[in-house]
Design a protein around this ligand. Structure first.
Ligand SMILES: Nc1ncnc2c1ncn2[C@@H]1O[C@H](COP(=O)(O)OP(=O)(O)OP(=O)(O)O)[C@@H](O)[C@H]1O
Length: 161
């Protein structure tokens, strides 16, 4: 469940002005249903999980930008090991996000569970994380005034409900 909470309260909330709270990212979320991807499909979408496509790294694996054959931009989280904890992360994420559709929640696009590979596919969020805007690399570029900060907090709370 830890992962679920990180995804909702610190991970991937979207708010009205387009910024995601915590470690999440910004914008472009149109809700769709999810589907099962093949490993080959995801490998080809991410140019073989190339370093150039790497968006970042979380507790359970690396996240890669990709483009599907039908032109959809995706973020693919490739779990690094098949520990019980990682299996749990995968199951909870797919189970919970697969059921939820909310404008302030990152949408699950699908997953892949081929042999010992576990990958989770999300909408790609192009504007990086709120954390990077609050404390990181973009903190000096984008000035988040209190009005925007309050909107973000309200949007995050709405997503949690
Ligand atoms: N949907 C996405 N679109 C764009 N970038 C993303 C997306 N999801 C994740 N990322 C990038 O990948 C990084 C790692 O994401 P990930 O969800 O694995 O980790 P986390 O939320 O920081 O930590 P944890 O694994 O503990 O939940 C993020 O910080 C972000 O930069």
């Amino acid at each position: 469940m830890g992962s679920y909470w990180s995804r909702t309260c610190c991970g991937t909330q979207k708010v009205d002005d387009g910024i995601y709270s915590g470690g999440g990212n910004i914008t472009s979320s149109i809700s769709h249903t999810w589907r099962i991807f093949t490993y080959k499909e995801l490998s080809s979408a991410t140019k073989g999980f190339s370093e150039d496509n790497k968006l970042g790294e979380g507790g359970f694996g690396s996240v890669y930008w990709g483009k599907t054959s039908d032109g959809l931009q995706i973020a693919v989280k490739r779990l690094k090991s098949m520990s019980t904890k990682a299996e749990m992360e995968f199951a909870v994420e797919v189970e919970v996000l697969g059921r939820l559709r909310h404008k302030n929640l990152l949408s699950l696009r699908g997953y892949c569970a081929d042999a010992d590979q576990r990958l989770i596919v999300y909408d790609y969020m192009p504007n990086l994380s709120l954390a990077s805007h609050l404390h990181g690399e973009f903190a000096h570029e984008v000035h988040l005034d209190w009005k925007r900060r309050i909107n973000i907090a309200l949007g995050s709370a709405e997503g949690l409900l």
